[in-house]
Design a protein around this ligand. Structure first.
Ligand code: DGJ
Length: 670
C-alpha cells in the first residue's frame, strides 16, 4: 500500500489498473466483485493470462452491440485475465475502428471452480492519471429529457445511475469527460455511451493521490447474479469516443457510428415517412370515422403514414385497463385493424400502430389468468405506475407468449410501423419463477427478455419501421437503437422545450433517430402558444411528424403545413444523414441554432430559433460551420463563399419577435 511501499508511485492504489480488483490494496472502486455460495467474500486476484488480436468484431450474444458492415472495419484485442484460487477468469474485449477514434469494450466473466454470485457486474474501468476535468451528462425527467448538466470533477465520488428498470429520462447512459477548457469546437473530450437499456451506473472517482477512475456498467444496486460452474456473464458494451476538437466532433463520431454500425434493418439508411399520430388529437376518445377524417386531411397535405396510438384494444377507454389484452376493440374499429389499414391505404398512406408489450393492467384477462406473470414481491402489496403492473420479462414463457400475440397482431393487417411504448418505472422487482437467492437477477433478466422479444419481432417483420418510446424518451438509449432505428424524443411537444431536448439528444444520438412532432397550441404539456412556423421548423430538424386534429385546420393553416411538408421532403435526407454542427446553445442563450451539412459538403440546412425577443438588441450574425471554405454556396438567392459563411456569417433578423425562426437551405453553386 501507499504506507507500506517504499515509493508511493508504485502502489496498487495509484497505478493504473486495467481490470481492478478489491482486496489487494487498490482501495478504489473494483471492476468485479463476487462471493461464494456460502456467503464468503473473496478478493479475486486477476492476473494477465493471455491475449490475442483478431480481425473483425465478434457478436455479443443476447445484447445489443456495435457490428461491422464489412470485414476490415474493426480489429479486436481480447485479453484474458484470471484468478488461480477461485478459478474465475474474464475475457476483456476491445474493438477499434479503422476509420473512427473509438474503442468498444465489453467483457465475459467465466465461472470458476464452484458457483459464485456476482455482486458487482464487471464494469468497464478506465484510470486517468489526473482529475483535472469537468464532466457532462444528460439529466432530466419525463417531459424534460436530456438537459445538459456540466460540473467540475471534484475530489471524491460523483456519477450518474438509473434504478428505474430502464435507462430512464432522469439520466441517459452517457457521460463526456472534458478538459476544463474544452467546449463545442475545442479541447479534449472523452465520450462514454453504454449500449444498455436497464439499470446502469457510471461513476467517477477522483482519488486522494490525484488519479481518477471512470467506470460504467450494470448498476450493482439490487444486483446479484448466480454464475454456476460452466456459465458466463456478459457485460453490456461501452462505446468510448475520443475527440481533440470538442463536443461537436465527439457527437459527429457517435452519430456516424450509431447510424451505420448500431441501427440495423432496411430503414437504417432510408429517410423516414412523415407521420400523423392521433394521440394528442383524440387521446382514447376515437372511432373509425374520427380517425379517417384526420387521415383524409393528412393525405391531402402530403403526410405519408398514419399511426394509431393507445386505446385500440381490449376495453381501453382510459389508462386503467386492458394492457395485456391485445385484441382489437371492434366497437371503436368495426373493421378491425385490417379494415382500418385498408382505408388508410386507399388514401395513399401507410398504417402504423402503438403497442406496449411489457405491461399488464390489473383489469385485464391476462392478469386474471396469469397473476404470477407480473413482477411482485411475495406477501407485499403490488405497486402500480400509470395504473399498470410490469410483466416479468425475464421469464421465457412470458416472452414466448408475447412473441405469439404480437406476431398475430403485426400480421393481422398491412402494418408498416410500430411504436413500442413502455410507461412506468419498474418496482416490485421479484419474479415468481426464480428462487429467493436469484431475485437479484430480475432487473438484468428483464432487459435481456425485452431484447429477446424485440429481436423476435424485428426479425419476423423486417419491413416494419419500429420506433422505441417510453413515456416519451424514458428508454432512449443505444441499446434500443440496435432493434429500432428511431425513438420518440419526448412527450413534450412544445417547440421551445424541444429546443433543449433535441439539442441535448444530439450530443449522442443521430437526428435520424430522434422523432419530433408538430402539435396543437396552447401546447398540452406547458400551455405555451407558439407559431406554426416555429413548431414545424423545430420538428423539421429531426424526424418530423404531426400530432393534432388536422380535420380542424383553417385553409391558411393547411396551406402553410403543405408547404412545410414539401420543404421537409426536400431537406430530410440532409437532416437525417448529414453532419450536425451546433451553433447556438439554448441552455446558455435566448436562442438556439444548429445545422446539418451533407457528407460531400454540397448542401446544408441551418435552423435558427428565437425564444424571447430582446428589444433593441445588438446586430447579430450567425457564423456557420462545417462547409467547404473554397466552395461557393447559394443562400436566399445570393452567392457566398463557404469562407464568408463561416467567418462572417449570415445576418440574423434585427427586430426579432418572440418565437421567430428561420430554416435556410444552402446549396453549392453549380
Ligand atoms: C406515452 C407516449 O410517449 C405517448 O406518445 C403516447 O403514446 C402515450 N404513452 C399513450 O399511452
Amino acid at each position: 500500500s501507499a504506507y507500506e511501499g517504499k515509493d508511493y508511485k508504485y502502489s496498487l492504489d495509484v497505478l493504473p489498473q486495467e481490470y481492478p480488483m478489491f482486496g489487494a490494496q487498490d482501495m478504489r472502486s473494483p471492476a468485479l466483485e463476487f462471493e461464494y455460495e456460502d456467503g464468503r467474500y473473496d478478493m479475486c486476484n486477476m492476473r494477465y493470462k493471455s491475449h490475442k488480436i483478431i480481425q473483425g468484431k465478434p457478436d455479443i450474444e443476447g445484447l445489443p452491440h456495435i457490428y461491422e458492415n464489412s470485414s476490415g472495419e474493426f480489429t479486436t484485442l481480447i485479453i484474458t485475465v484470471g484468478d488461480d484460487i477461485s478459478g474465475v477468469s474474464v475475457e476483456l474485449y476491445y474493438s477499434i475502428s479503422e476509420t473512427m477514434p473509438i474503442i468498444c469494450r465489453h467483457s465475459r466473466v467465466l465461472s470458476g471452480k464452484t458457483a459464485v454470485y456476482l455482486t458487482n457486474a464487471a464494469r468497464a474501468s478506465i484510470d486517468f492519471s489526473d482529475s483535472d476535468f469537468k464532466y457532462m451528462h444528460l439529466h432530466g425527467a419525463w417531459i424534460r429529457e436530456k438537459h445538459i448538466e456540466t460540473a467540475e470533477v471534484k475530489k471524491g465520488f460523483q456519477g450518474i445511475e438509473s434504478r428505474r428498470g430502464a435507462s430512464s429520462p432522469n439520466e441517459n447512459p452517457f457521460m463526456a469527460i472534458m478538459r476544463k477548457d474544452a467546449g463545442e469546437d475545442f479541447g479534449e473530450v472523452y465520450g462514454f455511451s453504454l449500449v444498455y437499456s436497464g439499470n446502469f451506473k457510471m461513476l467517477l472517482e477522483a482519488e486522494t493521490y490525484g488519479t481518477m477512475r471512470f467506470q460504467a456498467g450494470v448498476n450493482p444496486h439490487n444486483f446479484k447474479w448466480k454464475l454456476n460452474k460452466g456459465e458466463q456473464f456478459i457485460t453490456p458494451e461501452l462505446v468510448m469516443v475520443y475527440s481533440e476538437n470538442g463536443l461537436g466532433e465527439m457527437s459527429r463520431t457517435f452519430h456516424r457510428l450509431y447510424r451505420r454500425n448500431l441501427c440495423r434493418g432496411i430503414w437504417r439508411d432510408k429517410v423516414r415517412p412523415i407521420l400523423i399520430n392521433n394521440w394528442e388529437a383524440t387521446y382514447f376518445d376515437f372511432n373509425e370515422d374520427k380517425l379517417i377524417n384526420i387521415c383524409k386531411k393528412a393525405s391531402e397535405l402530403g403526410i405519408e403514414l398514419f399511426v394509431l396510438d393507445d386505446g385500440w384494444f381490449g376495453k381501453r377507454n382510459n389508462d386503467k385497463s386492458s394492457l395485456g389484452d391485445w385484441f382489437v376493440n371492434t366497437d371503436k374499429l368495426p373493421g378491425s385493424l385490417k379494415g382500418l389499414s385498408e382505408k388508410v391505404d386507399k388514401l395513399g398512406m401507410s398504417f402504423g400502430l402503438w403497442v406496449e408489450p411489457e405491461m399488464i393492467s390489473e383489469d385485464s384477462d391476462l392478469f386474471r389468468k396469469h397473476p404470477d406473470w407480473a413482477l411482485r414481491i411475495q406477501g407485499r402489496e403490488m405497486h402500480e405506475g400509470r395504473n399498470q403492473y410490469v410483466l416479468d420479462m425475464g421469464r421465457d414463457d412470458v416472452v414466448a407468449y408475447l412473441t405469439d400475440v404480437f406476431t398475430a397482431v403485426l400480421g393481422s393487417a398491412d402494418i408498416k410501423y410500430i411504436k413500442w411504448d413502455m410507461n412506468r418505472n419498474i418496482s416490485d422487482a421479484n419474479s415468481a419463477a426464480l428462487p429467493p437467492n436469484r431475485q437479484g437477477e430480475v432487473m438484468h433478466r428483464y432487459i435481456l427478455g425485452v431484447y429477446k422479444l424485440m429481436e423476435n419481432l424485428v426479425s419476423t417483420f423486417p419491413n416494419i419501421l419500429f420506433e422505441g418510446c417510453s413515456g416519451g424518451a424514458g428508454r432512449n438509449d443505444p441499446g434500443i437503437l440496435y432493434y429500432m432505428p428511431q425513438n420518440w424524443g419526448s412527450d413534450n411537444t412544445d417547440a421551445v422545450e424541444r429546443m433543449y431536448i433535441q439539442y441535448g439528444a444530439g450530443m449522442v444520438y443521430p437526428s435520424s433517430t430522434i422523432c419530433a412532432h408538430v402539435s396543437d397550441v396552447p401546447n398540452h404539456q406547458v400551455g405555451r402558444t407558439t407559431p406554426m412556423k416555429l413548431r414545424s421548423e423545430v420538428a423539421m430538424s429531426a424526424v418530423m411528424g404531426y400530432e393534432f386534429d388536422l380535420s380542424k385546420l383553417t385553409d391558411d393553416e393547411c396551406y402553410d403545413i403543405s408547404e412545410q411538408i414539401k420543404q421537409y421532403k426536400r431537406i430530410r435526407s440532409i437532416v437525417c444523414f448529414g453532419d450536425l454542427y451546433r451553433l447556438i446553445n439554448p441552455f446558455e442563450n435566448r436562442s438556439a441554432s444548429w445545422m446539418y451539412v451533407s457528407e460531400d459538403k454540397t448542401k446544408a440546412v441551418v435552423f435558427y430559433y428565437n425564444k424571447l425577443a430582446k428589444p433593441n438588441s445588438e446586430i447579430r450574425r450567425l457564423k456557420l460551420k462545417g462547409l467547404d471554405e473554397g466552395k461557393t454556396y447559394i443562400v436566399d438567392n445570393k452567392e457566398y463563399t463557404g469562407r464568408t459563411l463561416m467567418n462572417f456569417g449570415l445576418y440574423l433578423p434585427e427586430y426579432e419577435k418572440d418565437f421567430e425562426s428561420r430554416a435556410w437551405e444552402i446549396e453549392e453553386k453549380k
